[in-house]
Design a protein around this ligand. Structure first.
Ligand SMILES: [Zn+2]
Length: 146
């Protein structure tokens, strides 16, 4: 269903509707009259029935009309090249990942080693503290006057 517009509009299978330039009256004429001169029955002005440009826009594009075969081949080869590039990138990343994992393992070892040393230091510190807190037995036992 088409709505009336300023331009030519199909209102049925066989008719066009358009407006008179003179009196703005809606005129209906057979579709075969498109582009033909007519006289307005109301004001007598000579008009040209508008050509139709409607339906064609709404038709879906037909893929079979265009030679897309060669374009597809081109796209395909470009895609293949792209895939090769990506594969090379993946290999590089895998190599990088391996080295990172090695580093990670080494770092874990280091962290473990450091943790052990920290524990040792902690124990040593506690020992030192214990030694410091142990009252010194002096020969002349007595309180220091500070
Ligand atoms: Zn008219």
């Amino acid at each position: 269903m088409a709505e009336p517009r300023q331009d030519g509009v199909i209102i049925s299978e066989t008719d066009i509707m358009f407006r008179c330039d003179g009196c703005s009256k809606s005129l209906v004429i057979e579709i075969a009259g498109a582009g033909m001169p007519v006289t307005c029955p109301d004001c007598g002005k000579e008009l040209v029935v508008p050509e139709l440009e409607v339906e064609e826009e709404e038709q879906p594009p037909q893929a079979s009309d265009t030679p897309i075969g060669s374009e597809l081949v081109h796209e395909l080869s470009a895609s293949k090249k792209h895939i090769q590039e990506l594969r090379a990138l993946v290999k590089e990343l895998e190599k990088h990942r391996d080295s990172v994992e090695r580093d990670h393992a080494e770092n874990l070892m280091k962290v473990k080693l450091i943790a052990e040393n920290v524990t040792t230091i902690h124990q040593a510190a506690e020992n030192i503290l214990h030694i410091l807190q142990t009252p010194v037995k002096r020969k002349n036992a007595g309180h220091d006057r500070g």
